[in-house]
Design a protein around this ligand. Structure first.
Ligand code: HEM
Length: 529
């Protein structure tokens, strides 16, 4: 009898496997699409391997160059590297986000970045979009005064010290501290935000945010894992592993680090501290909003405006309001301080390597005189070109940003795709299309100025650093405003220099930080020209 059952189970399992194999191999949807790797029709192994070993975007770019703009990277997954009938189709509102995003939950729930369904997402986005619109950002007196405080009273005086002491500075870390202070002040009010710039010991928290990038592969490829790890770590087993330094004794520390395994590398625990940090910021802002504090300047913050709209919408039970607000604002804090810090760091590094570009920037900044309004800064063509070119070559969010083909199916670049197919694009690969960006590996800011109107139009379509469509970055105008303001404040007074001959490289991952999270520069008072 047991034999009988075992045989049935074996036959059914084999049948299912063969059916899946045949569907994957002969699926009419995919038969004409080239495979990025010979295993792609049968397993996710290749895709996971290139992600784990930090080669995903290089490998996708190389495969697109060989095979064309639509390629198969896993049994039900395609990579798309064209704008017309490609990115424009798959990042429309008909395509929803996939389960991959559930690795980005805060407090165990999905918020704007990780929500899959478009309807609840667009309701939430409407509650926040006004404070990030271009008009609001360009005209916000609050933001002007935040930037004055952070740049002129905190950051630049610190640069003065670095220049005096001639020390070598990790600008990646310092920029993230700057933008953490800017974004928390914007969200919660100047007096409720952080002061990481002037408090070196608080920068430890930035390392905790960074550790999320470290465990990203596991968080996004095996959603739910971080939650289980946290439970494990909080159990007696976690204490025993730590107490007896089991991994060290078994000689596994290095391997664990290489494979970015978060279980024993503290990722889960770090993320808990990050969640507590944001809850504390929210609590501080809430206390200041109490009736006794009405009329206080902090009343007019993103926090208070979002809280009001969320309460009015009655979409969240009142006992979940606090955690919902914290979860949403944690998304924004994370999405804001890291990519802006990284972008400015790469920009400063390129300016340090290209003194002629730095001099051209400084000549342009001199034309501003004392008028440093958001509009005046935004109208500086070379400053704009520097930012665009840096974001093209070093997009802080490389992708993939997967989407799911809707129930009615879709046509992408001429291919009929079945519902449920996963499709995605890579900013890294799009930004390296040689037909649009000649000599794509070169950092050439002037390409954004010298090109013909027609070419500029094409380049703008392929520029994908902020994504596109209904799930495009909500903070793109804020990002440009604060990075440009920092650039003006820094380079009006200072020059920067590379500190050593080390080659700076961007890691190949969703978040394109520099290797080791470091860009080391020296700072000096600007030479008079
Ligand atoms: C250089 C700076 C930045 C870069 C390169 C960047 C990049 C991106 C990209 C590519 C996406 C789309 C992701 C997807 O399709 O899944 C995105 C989404 C998002 N970004 Fe940014 N971002 C930056 C700054 C900011 C800032 C300053 C904020 C502050 C609010 C922010 C908040 C968000 C949020 C909330 C989303 C999710 C939007 C949605 O799903 O509707 N980002 N960002």
């Amino acid at each position: 009898m047991p034999h009988y059952f075992a045989t049935i189970i074996l036959v059914v399992a084999s049948g299912l496997w063969i059916a899946r194999y045949l569907r994957n191999t002969v699926s009419p949807s995919f038969s004409a699409i080239p495979n990025a790797h010979f295993t792609a029709p049968y397993s996710r192994f290749w895709l996971r391997w290139i992600k784990l070993t930090g080669r995903e975007h290089h490998a996708r770019n190389a495969a697109h160059k060989r095979l064309g703009s639509v390629i198969r990277i896993a049994p039900q997954e395609l990579s798309v590297n064209c704008i017309k009938d490609g990115v424009q189709t798959i990042y429309s509102s008909a395509f929803e986000k996939t389960i991959w995003y559930s690795g980005f939950k805060n407090y165990g729930q999905s918020f704007m970045f990780s929500m899959a369904a478009n309807k609840p997402h667009s309701e939430r986005k409407r509650m926040l979009a006004h404070v990030y619109s271009k008009t609001h950002i360009q005209n916000s007196m609050t933001l002007n005064s935040i930037l004055d405080t952070m740049l002129l009273k905190r950051f630049i005086p610190q640069m003065r010290e670095w220049a005096k002491e001639g020390c070598v500075v990790n600008v990646n870390l310092e920029n993230k501290a700057l933008f953490m202070d800017v974004i928390t002040a914007y969200l919660f009010g100047l007096e409720n935000g952080t002061n990481f710039i002037q408090n070196p010991e608080e920068k430890v928290l930035l390392r905790k945010f960074e550790s999320f990038t470290y465990g990203l592969f596991w968080a996004s490829e095996f959603p739910g894992l971080l939650v289980s790890i946290n439970r494990l770590r909080e159990s007696i087993l976690g204490d025993l592993v730590r107490y007896y330094r089991v991994t060290e004794r078994l000689g596994l520390t290095n391997l664990i680090h290489q494979l970015r395994i978060p279980v024993l590398a503290d990722t889960a625990r770090c993320y808990k501290s990050v969640e507590t940090f944001v809850l504390d910021l929210c609590q501080r802002a809430k206390d200041r909003m109490s009736p006794s504090a009405m009329g206080h300047s902090s009343h007019l913050t993103v926090y208070s405006s979002f809280r009001e709209r969320l309460e009015e919408s009655q979409t969240v039970p009142s006992d979940l309001l606090d955690v919902t607000i914290a979860g949403e604002l944690l998304d924004e804090i994370q999405a804001a301080h890291e990519p802006t810090g990284i972008t400015l760091a790469f920009l400063m590094w390129e300016l340090s390597r290209h003194p002629e570009a730095c001099a051209r920037l400084q000549r342009e900044l001199d034309t501003l005189g004392t008028v440093r309004s958001a509009q005046a800064i935004d109208n500086l063509p070379f400053t704009d070109a520097l930012l665009k070119e840096t974001m093209r070559l070093y997009p802080a969010g490389l992708g993939p940003f997967p989407r799911c083909v809707p129930e009615k199916g879709a046509v992408v670049d001429g291919f009929d795709l079945a519902p449920g197919t996963i499709v995605s694009s890579s900013a890294y690969a799009l930004h390296r299309h040689p037909g649009v960006f000649p000599e794509p590996e070169n950092w050439t800011p002037s390409r954004w100025i010298d090109a013909t109107a027609e070419r500029k139009n094409e380049m703008a379509k392929w520029f994908w650093a902020f994504g596109s469509g209904s799930r495009m970055c909500i903070g793109s105008h804020l990002a440009s405003r604060i990075i440009k303001a920092a650039l003006v404040a820094i380079y009006s007074e200072y020059d920067t220099f590379t500190a050593n001959s080390n080659k700076v490289q961007q890691i190949d991952s969703l978040i394109g930080t520099p290797v080791d999270n470091e860009i080391m520069l020296r700072v000096a008072k600007r030479a008079q020209t």
